[in-house]
Design a protein around this ligand. Structure first.
Ligand code: BT5
Length: 324
């Protein structure tokens, strides 16, 4: 976005509900009052609702509902994640687009965001409800130089990043259910789908897909998910500008990822443990052929789940479903 426009939005956004005087805007942006007025009109065209009051100045009443690369990138403070970004109004799945881009050579850190997905998917091709305008439907292309068997650690690292963002931006204390679910007040708020293309011992690319329910109200949640799914809006009572969450979660992921690559999973593990859900509780564990009750003990140094059955026997799981 044009940099003056970007600075203007930042000044107004930082002031929150307070007015910023035309004089101050003019001084800080080194443009005339008439030019500022023109920018305000252009912002209104983009869907910003601006209030201008004489002798007080301007303030943003509401941000545009419609996301765009501009609205996502204007306050994105990452070094490499999301610097290359694709935004689509409607797609089958951002995962599919990300795979295609990755195969065509897209850079490490490329991000695909969609306003709506028609065939959003979870693990094992389970459907992921991705209504238009309500949540964050996003896939990240990563090219980590690690052994393929360590890729699941990236799911845990991404989960940590999502909970950090939720705490910071939404003041919501979310929990991580191993391996890929984010829960808020006992309902599923977000899910992560990690897919990988690897050859022998080499990762070609990893796609981290994340779906985060943001502004759905209870009636927006499909009937079949009414008892299990929730959104930030349902839990906190507040609507959030999705861009703000995307900007922050990308920043968190970049920070956690860089730390993970430098120091290994041990740098992420304590954060994961802090946000872990139902540790110490008895749950139902399901693997491909088996189902049994066990206590969730925690995770190992490599991110694998440790469970203990009623006889005290411990097992290490690399893939499983946890239920209760
Ligand atoms: C997941 O799978 O939780 C991973 C979801 C990843 C979605 C993102 S959106 C961007 C990217 N593009 C895609 O196509 N996918 C990724 P899993 O653990 O298998 O959970 C799937 C289950 O969650 C479903 O069977 C439902 O029970 C439930 N579910 C479906 N939609 C939901 C929603 N919007 N909110 C909460 N739960 C939902």
């Amino acid at each position: 976005m044009e940099s003056t426009r970007k600075k203007l939005i930042t000044l107004l956004a930082n002031a929150k509900d307070s007015f910023v005087s035309g004089q101050r805007l003019s001084e800080e942006l080194h443009i005339s009052r008439a030019a500022i007025w023109k920018h305000m009109k252009a912002l209104e065209q983009e869907g910003y609702q601006i209030e201008g009051v004489s002798r007080k100045g301007y303030r943003i009443v509401s941000f545009p509902d419609k996301m765009s690369i501009n609205t996502i990138q204007w306050d994105l403070h990452t070094k490499w994640l999301g610097q290359e970004m694709y935004y689509k109004n409607q797609v089958d799945s951002t995962q599919t687009i990300a795979h295609q881009l990755a195969r065509e050579g897209a850079d490490h850190g490329t991000v695909v965001v969609a306003d709506e997905q028609l065939k959003g998917r979870g693990r094992l091709h389970r459907p992921w409800d991705s209504q238009k305008g309500k949540g964050i439907w996003m896939s990240l292309i990563l090219r980590p130089d690690i052994e393929p068997q360590r890729a699941p650690q990236l799911t845990l690292a991404s989960a940590v990043s999502i909970t950090r963002m939720l705490e910071k931006v939404c003041q919501a204390e979310a929990k991580i259910k191993w391996p890929n679910d984010i829960f808020l007040n006992d309902r599923k708020l977000a899910g992560i789908l990690t897919e990988m293309q690897a050859e022998q011992d080499l990762i070609e690319y990893v796609i981290i897909g994340m779906g985060i329910n943001v502004n759905q109200v209870q009636e927006d949640i499909p009937l079949s998910l009414q008892d299990i799914a929730t959104s930030v809006k349902i839990e906190t009572g507040s609507s959030f500008q999705r861009e703000a969450l995307i900007q922050d979660v990308l920043k968190e992921i970049e920070t956690v990822y860089d730390q993970f690559m430098e120091e290994g999973f041990s740098a992420v593990k304590p954060y994961w443990e802090k946000a872990a859900y139902r540790i110490g509780e008895t749950v139902t564990v399901k693997t491909r052929n088996l189902k049994w009750d066990a206590v969730l003990v925690g995770i190992q140094e490599d991110g694998a789940l440790i469970v203990e059955d009623q006889s005290g026997k411990r097992e290490i799981l690399y893939s499983a479903e946890i239920d209760w």
